[in-house]
Every structure is written in C-alpha cells, then in structure tokens.
Design a binder for this molecule. Structure first.
Ligand code: AMP
Ligand code: GLY
Length: 420
C-alpha cells in the first residue's frame, strides 16, 4: 500500500522507520520530512495544514493510508478531510482533537466522567484570574487554554509568578490560545506518559515512557519540548496502568463517544503518579516527541499493523507483542536551545554509524546540502538505542552520541537517571 505520513520531526522519522520495515508498505511519502527521513522515504513539501491540499495529494498519488504525526493538522481538521474523501486515516477528528487543543475542554470531560485530575477554574478575564490566585496562593499552575507549542504552561512556585503569567497570557503572548486561561491545583509526584491506541471502542495500551523536560543535567535549566526519553517507565506499574485505564482513559473514550465525537488514534495520557495512584496532567492527541522514538524502536514493523487496525476499527482483533527490552533516546540540540540558536552548522560522522533494529539516529531538525547534513532546528537528532536493560540501552545510546562530531550541539548526559 501507499502511505503518507504528515510531519517532519524525530517522531515522524521513527514512524517512517517502523512503517517502512513492514512488507505491507510499498511506497512511503513524508510531508515535509527532513534529511534523515529522505534516506528512507520520498519527501514532499505539501502544506500539511490544508485538508483540501492533502486530499488532492492523496488522490494524485494513490495514497491508501494517511498517518498524521503532529497536533496542528489534527486541530485544523485534516483527518476529517481525508476521511470524508474516503481515505483510511490514523488520527482523531478535529472535534476529538480538542482533548489537546483546549485544556478547558479536557477538564470538562474529566468532570463529566469523574477522571481524577488537578482541581481547576477557567477564566476569560485577567481580574478574575488574579483574584483566584490571590485567594488560593502558590504553588499553582497557569495554562493558556489553546495550543501554544508546549510553552503555554507556567508552574508557578510563587504568587507573583502566577500573576505575571496571567498578565502575559491575557496580554496576548499566546494569541488566541491565551484568550482563556485555566488555573490548576499544583500536583506533586512523578510524571510519566501512557500511550493508548483506540478506535473509539477498543482501548489498546502500546507502551509507557518518561521524558526529560529540562534542558540540563540534573533537571536544571529551562523547560524544553523534551531532551530525552526511555521506555518502559518503571513508575507506571501494571497496577497503576490498570487504574489509569479504568479511571481515566476508558471513561474519557466513553464520554467522547457519548457526545457523538468518538476519539480514534493514539491517546497520550500525561500522568502524575503519587502514592501509587495516577491523576491526569494532560492529554495529547498524537505520539510524544521524543517518546515516539523509543516506542517505535520497541514495536518495530508491527507498528503499521497496529495503526491500520486502529484506523480501520479492528483493534479488538490485534495484539501487541513485546520484547521485554528497553529503549532510550538522547536528544542532541543546537547550543542555545530552547532559547535562540544558530542554524546551518554541519554534523559529521553520521554516515558511518550502523543503523539497525537496536540503534538508530532519528533526525528531528536537519537539512541536507551538497551531501552534508546541517542542523536546521532546535532539537536536531534523537540518538536512540535498545538494550536488555535500561543501563545497556543508555550506554549504547551515549556511545553513538560520542561518535557524532557536532561541536555546535549539546545533550544531557543523564537521560534515564530516574529509572537507573
Ligand atoms: P502540559 O502542557 O499540560 O503537559 O504541562 C506541561 C508540564 O507542566 C507538565 O508536563 C507538568 O510537568 C507540568 N504541569 C502541568 N500541570 C500541572 C499540575 N497541575 N501540577 C503540577 N505540574 C503540572
Ligand atoms: N515530549 C512531550 C511532547 O511530545 O509533548
């Protein structure tokens, strides 16, 4: 079959890598892709936020299956457009994508299905929001309601920080995304990510992971989109996974169906685990990045069969087969990230690294020029390895990191510490 993946980061490189290994995949196109993806798939500069353009592209290229990587095309209704055109599609509808696109909506769903989450209040004006913070005190969490590229959340340790965040959000720093603000109770505990495929009826867990959000070793420095990840996450024990499925995920899926907006695709539940119980931090309606890289490394070619069954409403007929192994990915970023950074520096040493089922360098933000690989983003490479133990996966990943010659880049040296 001919398959189109929308997106161009490390997540999409990992999806393409897994899908390409499955003999069902004949032709693989990724839009826009990147320099790493270009070595295993065709890349196209299609406008992935334009549903009509995506449909026309699918028709012109006889695409049988569309996999939507990032949240922006989902929130823009691209999966609705392709499905309406009769094209099998992996990814939720625009209405269901509100589970990521509106934090207030997610809270409303949690209330309706009694899913455990932080207490909250919603505001559309700064004065009421400020009064709420002054009455409640810190620590407290202030969130722009809409999509803000991972930057719309301020975990405020002091009242002053919370008030500044409110002014910032209502002041227009996040555009439309900040027109409504959700203020939440601060939850303490350990965070982990739980990934579930659902066709709207069946719910199939496909793995757990933990991310490292801070830029520097020891969880210091500014928040980022994620500096590394590993799977599985030992903190998500079988018992906690069961509790999260029964109390959070299944009730959410049932509530979405009850409202006539069934959720299909991957549901990424960000959980806070404290005293043996999980509460919901947030939902994402797509795979995590870089969590997807470690999940795909562990799933391999079967990932395509799972995504197809999910899109086709046949999830009750499939199973996930797990190697009892571990995967770990280290993000190499351009110096300066998540602040300002230079683009265009050359990365050497990649072409001699063996790429196998046990180790892969996924590209997140790269471009090719005259046969040279250049940095083209903040997060640039995802150096990923598997092992029988997490320690072995970590050692392998860092051996790969050390073989890459890129003085303009940096990475954390402690990915996985929490679980080791
Ligand atoms: P979100 O975009 O909602 O995942 O928020 C980004 C990060 O902020 C999360 O991964 C958590 O580390 C933190 N966070 C969000 N909500 C809360 C909360 N209610 N209590 C504590 N930390 C939170
Ligand atoms: N790594 C966090 C995310 O994908 O949202």
């Amino acid at each position: 079959m001919n398959i189109l993946i929308l997106g161009g980061g490390g997540r999409e490189h990992a999806l393409a890598w897994a899908i390409k290994q499955n003999p069902k995949c004949d032709r693989l196109i990724v839009a826009p892709g990147n320099a790493g993806i270009a070595r295993l798939a065709e890349c196209s500069d299609l406008d992935i936020l334009d549903g009509a353009a995506v449909v026309a592209f699918c028709e012109a290229n006889s695409v049988d299956f569309v996999v939507v990587g990032p949240e922006a095309p989902l929130a823009a209704g691209v999966a609705d457009a392709t499905r309406a055109a009769g094209i099998l599609t992996f990814g939720p509808s625009q209405a269901a994508a509100r589970l990521e696109a509106s934090k207030g909506f997610t809270k409303e769903i949690c209330d309706a299905c009694k899913a455990p989450t932080a207490g909250y209040a919603r505001f559309t004006d700064a004065a009421a929001a400020r009064a709420h913070v002054q009455a409640t005190g810190a620590p407290i969490v202030v969130k722009a309601d809409g999509l803000a590229a991972g930057k719309g959340v301020v975990v405020a340790m002091t009242e002053a920080e919370a008030l500044a965040a409110i002014d910032d959000m209502f002041g227009g720093s996040f555009g439309e995304a900040g027109a409504e603000v959700v203020i939440e109770e601060f939850m303490s505990g350990e965070e982990a990510s739980f990934f579930i495929l659902t066709d709207g009826k069946t719910v199939l867990p496909i793995g757990t992971a933990q991310d490292h959000k801070r830029a520097f070793d020891g969880d210091e420095g500014p928040n980022t989109g994620g500096m590394g990840a590993y799977s599985p996450a030992p903190v998500l024990t079988a018992a906690i996974q069961r509790q999260a499925l029964d109390e959070i995920v299944k009730p959410t899926i049932a509530e979405m169906a009850r409202r006539g907006t069934p959720y299909t695709g991957v549901l990424y539940a960000g959980l806070m685990i404290d005293q043996g119980r999980a509460r919901l931090v947030e939902y994402n309606v797509r795979f995590g990045d870089p969590e997807c890289q470690v999940l795909m490394m562990r799933l391999g070619a079967q990932a395509l069969d799972l995504l197809l069954a999910c899109a086709d409403g046949r999830l009750d007929q499939v199973q996930v087969s797990w190697a009892e192994d571990h995967a770990l990915t280290v993000v190499m970023a351009a110096k300066g990230y998540p602040g300002s950074y230079a683009k265009g520096s050359e990365i050497r040493g990649l072409s001699v690294l063996p790429e196998t089922a046990g180790q892969m360098v996924f590209h997140a933000g790269t471009a090719e020029k005259d046969g040279r690989i250049l940095a083209a983003g903040g997060r640039v490479l995802n150096v990923t390895a598997r092992g029988e133990t997490l320690a072995e996966a970590q050692a392998r990943a860092y051996r790969l990191v050390d073989a890459i010659d890129w003085p303009e880049g940096f990475c954390r040296r402690d990915i996985g510490w929490r679980a080791l």
